[in-house]
Design a protein. Sequence first.
Length: 371
Amino acid sequence: MHPTELLNVRLLKEIAEFINEETEIEAMLSGALSKFLKGTNFQTGWIFFIDDKGKQQLIVSENLPEALAQNGCNHLKKGGCWCVSRYQNGELEKASNIIECQRIENAIATKLGDNGGITHHATVPLQSGQERFGLLNVASPNTVTYSEGELALLESLAFQIGSAIKRIVLTKQEQKLALLQERNRLARDLHDSVNQLLFSVTLTARGGSEMTNQIDIKETFKEIQYLSQEALNEMRALIWQLRPSGLESGLLEAIKGYAEMLGLSVGSRVSGVLNVPSGVEETLFRISQEALNNIRKHAGVNVVEIFLNVTKTDVLLVIKDDGQGFLIDHGIRLPSMGLQSMKDRAKTAGGSVEWDSEIGRGTEILVRIPY
C-alpha cells in the first residue's frame, strides 16, 4: 500500500472511532471535520444541513478565513451557490470540484477581510441510503481543482458522517419514544391512583358537610372539599402535561381542551394553513400549557384570546388576557419558573418568547417558532 493511502486509512479509522462514540450531531460534525482538516491538505471546511423545503442551515465550520467568518459567516449563509443548486436538483451524487462559488466571490468582493487564498472548494452530499442531510464543503488556499484522490477521501468521510447522522437521529427517536411511553405510564398511574383518591376525598368532604349542622365542622368539611378540588384540578393539569392526548385532533383543539379543563374560555383566530411538524406542535402546546396555567392562577380572569399565524418559515402564537398583568424587568431573571420554562422550550426549538404586560392591563405572550 502506498504511504499516502496508508495515512488516509489511518485517518479514516481515527475519525470513525471518534464519531462512533459521539451522541450529539453538532459535536460529531465539528470533531470529524477538525480531524479531517488536520490530517489532509484541506485547510477549511463547513457543513450545511438542507431540509426538504430547501431551507439551509450552517451547522459547523472550521478554520474559516476572515472574509468568510465575518458577520457570523453571513456570506456563507446567503446568496446563490452552485453546490446547493445541484444538491437540490438531485444532480450532486458524489464529491465534486466547484468551478466557481458565488458566496466566496461575494465575500472577497466586500474587501472587508482576508480570504486566506480560498477561492474554490470541493463539495460532497451527506446522506445515508436514500436519506439526504446536506453538504460538506472543504477548501485549500490557492487551489482551484482538487485531485481524484482528495475527492475520494472526502467521499469516504461523507459516507462515515452520513451513517453517523442517521445513527444519532435514530437513537434520539428511540429516546423520545421511550420518554413518551414513560410519560404515558406515569399519566395512567396518576389517573388510576392519586386522581381517584382526590376525587373520593372531594365527595367525602361534601357528604360530611351535608351530614352536620355544626357550623365549625361544616366549614372544615367545605375547606377540605375546596382544597381537594383544587388538588384534583392540579392533578388533571399534570396528567395533561404528561400526556397531551388532545394533539391528535390538532394544536388549536388541544389548547382549547386544556383551557376548558382549567375553567378558561378561549376565543381563537388562525391565519395560514396549520400544518407544522409534530415537534413544533408539541413545543407550542407545552408553552401554551404554561401560559394558561399562569392565567388561571394569577390573571384573575377566565377569558383568553389565542391567535395563530402560520407562514412558510415559522409559526407565531399569541396568547392574550385582560387580567391583572405584572411588571417585567428585562434586566433580571424572569419572575417565575413557568415563564423561564416557556423561554427555555422556545429557545430549544430555535424560537423565542416575548411578554408585553402591565399592572391592570393584562398580558400578551408572543411565541415564534421556526420550522
